[in-house]
Design a protein around this ligand. Structure first.
Ligand code: G1P
Length: 296
């Protein structure tokens, strides 16, 4: 039977060391680096909430406490703001329903598959989402759904397992998980017949990469159990998912929106500029500034 149990839980792997952003990430988790005025993790949590997900599970590690504090109540701050008659609206999105934030630790960085497996007891026996905060997925300007919401809608249609995909140039494929696409189900929804993590360019089965959003059935936890290391010597989520193809439905969703690779410095700058150019409170000034800099 195809599972269509509702998606209530999301796992956020946030234990990574963020070495690409050193020295900025020496004492601050990379997930707390802001795109304008919201830390990266906030965008991912907002995306999950928009999709109707209630429980946020952070797989953290040493030095990542500020991520959890970000979603806590900051009593002194709120009291002071109240006394000064300041609007609390900016803090609205940092408030989770009490009890809906859970953290587990990944003591050793053994790979994405291992990080997800660390959340097995909290996920339990229900389907769940995964959001990689480095991949910033932003809805189109016309106000369409966010990536996870679009995936939850597709899940309602086909059930089983889903991943988000997007096209990338050939030379980038060996940095990602790449899918072998099967039959097209509907606009933006395709069957997946194979998955390979960080293939050599000549072995890549398509130019469609996994872009950091997943809806998976709980059986993936059992597949991850005792799984051997794969690409880069890490326990890969992609390898576990590949094993499930054939026994469970597996589909890919092409997000009708924009993706910024905030795991890279250039991607981070691009996201900052793109979002600043859309914000009512700053877009005119930012546009003038960008033109001035380019003209200079
Ligand atoms: C991970 C996944 C990979 C996916 C990528 C998206 O790789 O293993 O399949 O394409 O995220 O960003 P990582 O970035 O951890 O190397």
């Amino acid at each position: 039977m195809i599972s269509r149990k509702p998606i209530r839980k999301a796992v956020f792997p946030v234990a990574g060391l963020g070495t690409r952003f050193l020295p900025a990430t020496k004492a601050i988790p990379k997930e707390m680096l802001p795109i304008i005025d919201r830390p990266l993790i906030q965008y991912a949590v907002d995306e999950a909430r928009e999709a109707g997900i209630e429980q946020m599970i952070f797989v953290t590690g040493r030095g990542k406490v500020s991520i959890v504090e970000h979603f806590d109540m900051a009593y002194e701050l709120e009291k002071t703001m109240q006394e000064r008659d300041k609007s609390m609206q900016v803090l609205e999105s940092t408030r989770l329903t009490p009890g809906n934030l859970v953290t587990v630790r990944q003591q050793v960085p053994l790979g994405l598959g291992h990080a997800i497996w660390c959340a097995r007891a909290i996920v339990g026996d229900e389907p769940f989402a995964i959001l990689l905060p480095d991949e910033l997925m932003i809805a189109n300007r016309d106000g369409g759904p966010g990536c996870m919401k679009q995936m939850v809608e597709a899940y309602g249609e086909v059930g089983g397992n889903l991943i988000s995909v997007l096209e990338r140039p050939r030379e980038e494929l060996s940095s990602y998980g790449v899918i072998a696409p099967g039959a097209r189900v509907s606009e933006g929804l395709t069957e997946v017949t194979g998955l390979v993590e960080k293939p050599r360019i000549e072995d890549a089965p398509s130019n469609l990469i996994i872009s950091g959003r997943y809806i998976l059935q709980p059986e993936v936890m059992r597949t991850l159990e005792g799984q051997a290391a794969g690409a880069g010597g890490e326990i890969q989520l992609t390898d576990a998912m590949a094993q499930m193809i054939g026994s469970q439905p597996f589909h890919a969703v092409t997000f009708a929106g924009r993706r910024f690779d905030c795991g890279s410095k250039v991607g981070f700058v691009e996201a900052t500029l793109a979002l600043a150019l859309e914000r009512e409170d700053m877009k005119d000034e930012v546009r003038a500034m960008a033109l001035r800099l380019l003209g200079g």
